[in-house]
Design a protein around this ligand. Sequence first.
Ligand SMILES: [Zn+2]
Length: 63
Amino acid sequence: MEDPCPKCGGEFHQTDKNTFSGEVWREYTCRQCGFVLEVNDGQALWQVLHDGTQKDRDEQGKP
Ligand SMILES: [Zn+2]
């Protein structure tokens, strides 16, 4: 986590990590003001799979 806190510009540190149905969520808390930010780590893989499936169906569905 390298982005600063949007509220005070302070430094984040990771406070939690959860996994829901294959998606990874990380929770960060600002050291200065306590602002909590949740980041989804599983989104990139989901987008790749979705785009590939759509393209194959469009190209093979025509006679
Ligand atoms: Zn802050």
